[in-house]
Unconditional design. Structure first.
Length: 461
């Protein structure tokens, strides 16, 4: 039984990646001695059917859910020959970026010395070009006259990555980013560990370079190596948050540790906005390791504390997040994005962002903007959406999506406004839902159309 030592298995429950019931993949986690692909140690998975583990376990890339992006695959019990191991190592080496971070820092220094007219950015290679390289990129599209302002906002210069399901980059709107930064400042934080939040990082860096009395600092951890062109080794670490892998090895890990260690680890907060692809257990495992890194570095005090954290994630993952971080609460604030049409802020309809802030800070400290309709609920001791009514029966402001929810006395909880109580299913659901489990047939007689509780072959005395 390998389950016990899997760091990411979080209680041993495999995570069904395709929803309950359906055949899918379950994540077992980061196993000791796991083989590596170009994205660091691979994760262990197993095929599932009806929630049960079935068949051989295998390793696959932690970062890429699409085989086209990384096709690493190995059976757990597979014998790999020396030749293949050597070939794999060579492959991993050759799939690292063409310039190292140090080289990119050097290139940047030279780039900013150039007059504006010689500052070019190749859009095809997503790379700042030095004059000697123009020739090689002559057939590529490029931008000219790259200004200092543009260099301060790399997330505007680079195109957002769109590798399908899991690794798409969704950038904060200026409003959401500013809100987060103001909140961080108002809470008294001085350092931000920005994990997969390049836009927040760049807002902080940009202010730090322009405003003398701006005291906040940020370290960006992200898998998008393009950012190494704009930030030094003290500002950016190439990092994989699904397996807690620092591509820059011990030196980069030490950079992160030092960053957390400043001021005895005080006034630092971690902010993360991971891809929503599903590997919650893997993310939680990495975040716990980052928290542990912070805890290790503490000299004294805050012994029983956790590193403060904002985990930005959709509300429908609430139960998953709380499974791994039971002390976290979900805030009502709707985080919205520039390049995601569905996730734009709005007062009505479906256009509301499902993305929220999960935090281990005391909810009453998270002040949400009243001018955007949030209000303080004295009973719940937290800010809630304007539409989120306090339910006397639940004794809580129960809405998750910002709309007013209604209480169902039979379910003994509040439900979405569009739901109705279904006597067949014994719970609330959409009016035109397909009744639960009726397709699969009744547990007692096997016939379709009803469940065990209403089976006609049972005598109800
Ligand atoms: N809203 C954020 C961006 C979130 S998009 C902002 O505006 O700053 C998700 C981010 O996570 C992207 O920057 C992406 O490059 C990064 N990311 C995706 N997969 C990752 C991985 N495996 N490890 C680390 N970072 C990753
Ligand atoms: Zn090019
Ligand atoms: Zn209720
Ligand atoms: Zn109900
Ligand atoms: Zn039903």
């Amino acid at each position: 039984e390998g389950g016990g030592n899997m760091a990411a298995s979080g209680g041993g429950e495999p995570e069904d990646l395709c929803g309950p019931g359906a055949g899918g993949l379950a994540l077992l986690g980061l196993a000791p001695g796991a083989p590596s692909c170009p994205h660091g140690p691979a994760l262990l998975f197993v095929k599932t059917s009806q929630g049960k583990e079935e068949g051989r376990r295998f390793y696959a890339c932690s970062a890429c859910r699409d085989r086209k992006d990384c096709n690493f695959f190995q059976w757990e019990d597979e014998k790999v020959s020396e030749t293949r191991l050597a070939a794999r190592e060579e492959y991993n080496r050759s799939h690292q970026p063409s310039f190292t971070h140090t080289q990119n820092v050097e290139r940047y220094k030279n780039f900013v010395l150039l007059p504006l007219s010689k500052r070019r950015f190749c859009q095809e290679c997503q790379q700042l070009l030095l004059p000697a390289e123009w020739e090689k990129h002559s057939t590529h599209q490029f931008l000219c006259n790259i200004s200092t302002a543009q260099l301060r906002s790399p997330s505007q210069l680079l195109y957002p990555l769109e590798n399908k399901k899991t690794n798409a980059q969704y950038l904060f709107t200026d409003r959401s980013c500013q809100f987060l930064l103001d909140l961080i400042i108002d809470l008294g934080f001085r350092r931000v560990l920005s994990v997969g939040t390049p836009r927040l990082h760049e807002m902080i860096q940009s202010k730090a370079s322009q405003e003398e009395d701006f005291r906040v600092r940020s370290l960006l951890l992200d898998i998008d190596f393009r950012y190494s062109q704009f930030y030094t080794e003290d500002e950016f670490c190439h990092y994989n948050m699904f397996n807690h892998y620092f591509f820059g090895g011990e030196v980069a890990r030490e950079t992160c540790r030092k960053f957390l260690y400043q001021d005895n680890g005080e006034r630092v907060i971690m902010v993360t906005d991971p891809p929503f692809g599903g590997l919650v257990a893997a993310l939680a495992s990495s975040f716990k390791k980052l928290m542990a890194m912070w805890k290790e570095t503490e000299k004294e005090g805050h012994k029983n504390q956790e590193m403060p954290m904002f985990w930005i994630f959709p509300y429908f993952f609430e139960s998953r997040v709380l499974e791994f971080f039971p002390a976290f609460s979900m805030m009502d604030y709707q985080v919205d994005y520039d390049n995601h049409a569905l996730y734009k802020h709005g007062k009505t309809g479906r256009r509301q962002s499902p993305v929220r802030i999960f935090t281990n800070l005391t909810p009453s400290m998270i002040v949400l903007p009243v001018e955007e309709g949030y209000r303080f609920c004295a009973t719940c001791q937290r800010y809630v959406s304007s539409g989120n009514q306090h339910c006397e029966l639940c004794n809580s402001c129960t809405s998750k999506d910002g709309r007013r929810w209604k209480h169902c006395v039979l379910c003994k909880k509040c439900v979405k406004p569009s739901w109705f109580h279904c006597n067949n299913c014994n719970c609330c659901a959409l009016q035109n839902h397909a009744c639960e489990k009726t397709d699969a047939g009744c547990f007692v007689c096997g016939k379709a159309g009803h469940k065990r509780s209403t089976c006609p072959s049972l005598s109800h005395t």
